[in-house]
Ligand binder design. Structure first.
Ligand code: BTN
Length: 355
C-alpha cells in the first residue's frame, strides 16, 4: 500500500532500511516544528508547543525524530532548540513559477512531506490519468527505489527526490536512449546551478569524478505500439547525514561538499526546465541528436573500463561512445561491442581484452 502523508494529517511513520540498518521514523509534528526553526534562531519548546497546539514532550519527541533523520539540532537548557544547518524547505509555488517563467508552460508540482517512493506515487497518479509534466517531490522518502532492485536512501530535507511524469506517443521499444537523455539533462542543469564538475556515467549515474551524486530510475507503462507513460525518478544527494553516508557501499558525494550554497528549490526548478526541453527534443528526434552532447558529459568516454555483465562475465575495453539507441560502445580488441546493460567500472593500466 502506498504511504502518503499530508501535512495536516497526524501520523507516525516508520520504515526500516533492511540493507543498511538505517531506521526512518518521523513524528506527525516533526516538519511543522522544524519549519519553526528554519531561520537558525533559538526557539523555546514552549513557543513551538503553543504554536502547534501540542505538549512540550511532543515537541521534544518530534525533534528527536528529526535528529534521527540526519538534522543537527542544538538543545540549549532552559532556552530551547536551534537547527544548526537549516535546510531550505521545498516550496511548490516557487518551483512552479520559475519553471513556467522559463518554459512558457506550467508543470503541476506537488510537494509531499513524506512518501514511500515518489516514483510509486507518480505511477499511481499516471494510472489515474495525471497530465504529462506532473511533478512530485518529497521532503522525506522512506522506501526509495534504486536501479536493479536496490534501495535509495536519503535523509529528511537532505536530498532532492523527485518524479516527473512524461507521456510519449512512442512505444517502450522506441524510447531506448531515454535514460541517457535524462542523465544528460540532469547533469547539465546541475552545472548550470554552479556544480561545474558534474558528469554522467553510463547509462545515467550522476557523478563527480568517481563519486555518485545522484541516480535516475525510469519506470515505464504502456502498450506494445505506444503510447507510453514514463515516470522519471531522480535522486540527488544535497546534504548526506554522516550516519547515512557511512553506510552506503560506494563512493558518494553531496552538493553541499562541492557548492557553497545550495537551494533545493533552485536546483529542482533548473532540473525540471532542462528536463522538459530535453524530453521535447528527444520525443521528436530520438537520442541520436543528443549523443554528441552526452559524450561531452560522459566521464568514461575514451576510458579503459570493465563491463560487469549480469551473468558474472567481465569484458574489458575502451569506451568509444554510445549508439543511437543508448547502447554503450566498447572497443574490445579490434571489435566494437555494444552493451545494453551491466555495471561499468574504470580499469587502470590494462589493455583491452575479454575475460
Ligand atoms: C539508482 O539506483 O541510481 C537510481 C536511484 C533513483 C532514486 C530516485 S529518488 C526519486 C525516485 N523515487 C524513487 O523511489 N526512486 C527515484
Amino acid at each position: 500500500m502506498l504511504t502518503e502523508i499530508n501535512r495536516s494529517v497526524n501520523f507516525r511513520l516508520c520504515g526500516t532500511n533492511g540493507d543498511l540498518g538505517y531506521h526512518f521514523v518521523m513524528n506527525a509534528h516533526t516538519l511543522a516544528a522544524l519549519r519553526m526553526l528554519s531561520s537558525g534562531a533559538l526557539c523555546s519548546g514552549e513557543t513551538i508547543a503553543d504554536q502547534l497546539g501540542v505538549t512540550r514532550a511532543t515537541v521534544s519527541n518530534a525533534l528527536k525524530d528529526a535528529e534521527a533523520l540526519g538534522l543537527d539540532i542544538e538543545k540549549v537548557r532552559g532556552s530551547g532548540y536551534r537547527l544548526l544547518h537549516p535546510p531550505v524547505w521545498l516550496d511548490a509555488k516557487s518551483i512552479a513559477n520559475r519553471v513556467s517563467t522559463q518554459l512558457g508552460r506550467k508543470l503541476p508540482v506537488t510537494i509531499l512531506d513524506a512518501v514511500d517512493s515518489t516514483n510509486t506515487y507518480m505511477l499511481n497518479r499516471a494510472g489515474e490519468g495525471a497530465q504529462s509534466g506532473s511533478v512530485v517531490i518529497a521532503e522525506l522518502q522512506t522506501g526509495g527505489k534504486g536501479r536493479r532492485g536496490r534501495r535509495w536512501f536519503t535523509g529528511l530535507g537532505g536530498a532532492i527526490t523527485l518524479s516527473l511524469l512524461w507521456r510519449f506517443e512512442q512505444s517502450v521499444a522506441e524510447l531506448s536512449g531515454l535514460s541517457l537523455a535524462v542523465g544528460l539533462a540532469v547533469a547539465s542543469a546541475l552545472r548550470g546551478t554552479g556544480a561545474m564538475d558534474v558528469g554522467v556515467k553510463w547509462p545515467n549515474d550522476i557523478v563527480v569524478g568517481d563519486r555518485k551524486l545522484g541516480g535516475i530510475l525510469i519506470e515505464l507503462q504502456g502498450d506494445a505500439l505506444g503510447p507510453t507513460a514514463a515516470v522519471i525518478g531522480i535522486g540527488i544527494n544535497v546534504k548526506l547525514a554522516d550516519a547515512l553516508r557511512n553506510q552506503i557501499d560506494q563512493p558518494v558525494v553531496d552538493l553541499a561538499t562541492i557548492q557553497s550554497s545550495v537551494d533545493r528549490n533552485d536546483i529542482a526548478a533548473a532540473m525540471l526546465i532542462q528536463l522538459a526541453r530535453t524530453l521535447e527534443h528527444f520525443s521528436k528526434e530520438g537520442f541520436a541528436v543528443i549523443e554528441p552532447d552526452y559524450r561531452k558529459f560522459h566521464v568514461l568516454h575514451d576510458v579503459d573500463v570493465t563491463v560487469h555483465l549480469p551473468d558474472g562475465e567481465k569484458v574489458f575495453g575502451r569506451v568509444q561512445g554510445t549508439a543511437s539507441d543508448g547502447a554503450l560502445l566498447l572497443k574490445v580488441g579490434r571489435e566494437i561491442v555494444r552493451f545494453h546493460g551491466g555495471e561499468v567500472s574504470v580499469r587502470r593500466g590494462a589493455g583491452a581484452a575479454r575475460a
